[in-house]
Design a binder for this molecule. Structure first.
Ligand code: PMP
Ligand code: GLN
Length: 381
């Protein structure tokens, strides 16, 4: 393994899902739903396959139908107007979007300021681009970013701010005021902003706002999203990048040599999914809102310290009330102790001490599964 990938090993999600499979425990670790997305969207994929649409290499930027549907989605939800031909690029999930963006925009040695705890692929992609990640630590209990601290981390080598809202794993959702303050810093220091918004439709308190919509931000922002979370098809790996044409062209150059194109028939299906009526998005969010409260109540009853998330489908907890400190050891032992799998947030920090006693649970599971998991967790103390 080369120096850049040194220490990146196996992702915590793969490790913990393997542990769930090996032990038969309930998997509240890796974030994937146990119920697939809408039947009509699945049917659209089958129809595309059957009719021979997308079975051969689709166009590099993504099929026009999907790019148009993404543009319409951005107009419908954020009043953003995008040119489907030059300002949208379809990728193999948000994961490839993040990788291609980092590889396209960073020079070796550039500094990237990113929230920590961070989604694990950020660290890997910044490392693969030979750039340097500068963490801005989100601290319990609110996990709000300290904007003075953000300012103090900007140096002449800073090239890019990597945002994630709603934020995995903490569930923090940036407010319009925070987004404006971040935008002002980006403009003042002439920085690019990359914003990962894959949980855009999972906000329970407040609303999701896109930093790209703020004055002066359009030309310096790359927005990333994906169909995996919004439509409960994480296995399809359909994501997208949205930005001004020169930025999209740069990211497209990198994407061409990573996957060339993304799987065809799923693109046709997601083009239909993005046109589902508002009622779909509302009931999807309402369903997860209920599940958030169910899991949150269950975790509190079991004795965890619960940090209430405003968005995403994750809850970060603290295991200190059990007299335990080491989240990783706790998560390794949890299946044995009570038949549940979770993810230690400690691995999402540069300084493992910072998140040492934080454990993340997902609630994108059936209500009976969440009830069973929390009843098992009650036997812990
Ligand atoms: N960003 C964040 C914050 C995520 O939680 C995920 C979840 N997998 C991704 C990106 C990757 O999305 P995708 O599955 O579309 O590659
Ligand atoms: N985004 C999901 C999570 O945070 C899973 C992603 C993955 O397995 N790479 O759990």
């Amino acid at each position: 393994l080369n120096r850049r990938l040194d220490g990146l090993g196996t992702t915590i999600f793969a490790e913990m899902s393997a542990l769930a499979t090996a032990t038969g425990a309930i998997n509240l670790g890796q974030g994937f739903p146990d119920t697939d997305g809408p039947e009509s969207v699945r049917e659209a994929a089958v129809r595309a396959l059957r009719d021979g649409r997308g079975n051969q290499y689709p166009p590099g930027p993504g099929i026009p139908e999907l790019r148009e549907a993404i543009a319409d989605h951005q107009r419908r939800f954020y009043h953003l107007s995008l040119d489907p031909d030059s300002e949208i690029l379809v990728t193999a999930g948000a994961t490839e979007a993040i990788a291609a963006t980092m590889l396209a925009l960073l020079e070796p040695g550039d500094e990237v300021i990113a929230f920590e705890p961070y989604y694990d692929s950020y660290a890997a992609c910044i490392a693969m681009a030979d750039a340097k990640r500068v963490p801005l630590t989100l601290r319990a209990p609110s996990f709000r970013p300290d904007l003075d601290e953000l300012r103090s981390k900007i140096t002449p080598r800073t090239r890019l701010l990597l945002l994630n809202t709603p934020h995995n794993p903490t569930g923090m959702v940036l407010t319009p005021e925070e987004l404006s303050a971040i935008a002002a810093l980006a403009i003042e220091h002439d920085l690019l902003v990359v914003t990962d918004e894959v949980y855009e439709h999972l906000v329970y308190e407040g609303t999701h706002h896109s930093i790209a919509a703020l004055p002066g931000m359009r030309e310096r922002t790359v927005s990333i999203s994906s169909a995996g979370k919004t439509f409960s098809f994480t296995g399809w790996k359909v994501g997208w990048v949205m930005a001004d044409a020169p930025l999209v062209a740069a990211v497209r150059t990198a994407k061409q040599y990573l996957t060339y194109v993304s799987a065809g028939p799923f693109q046709y299906a997601i083009a239909e999914a993005l046109r589902l009526p508002d009622a779909y998005f509302d009931s999807f969010r309402a369903d997860l809102h209920r599940k958030r409260d169910l899991l949150g109540d269950g975790l509190r009853a079991a004795g965890f310290g619960v940090y209430q998330p405003q968005g995403t489908y994750f809850i970060t907890t603290d295991i200190a009330p059990f007299g335990e400190k080491d989240a990783y050891a706790f998560c390794r032992a949890l299946p044995e102790r009570c038949g549940v799998v979770a993810v230690p947030n400690s691995v999402f920090y540069d300084d493992p001490e910072a998140g040492r006693s934080q454990v993340r649970f997902t609630f994108c599971k059936r209500e009976d599964v969440l009830a069973e998991a929390t009843s098992r967790l009650r036997h812990l103390s």
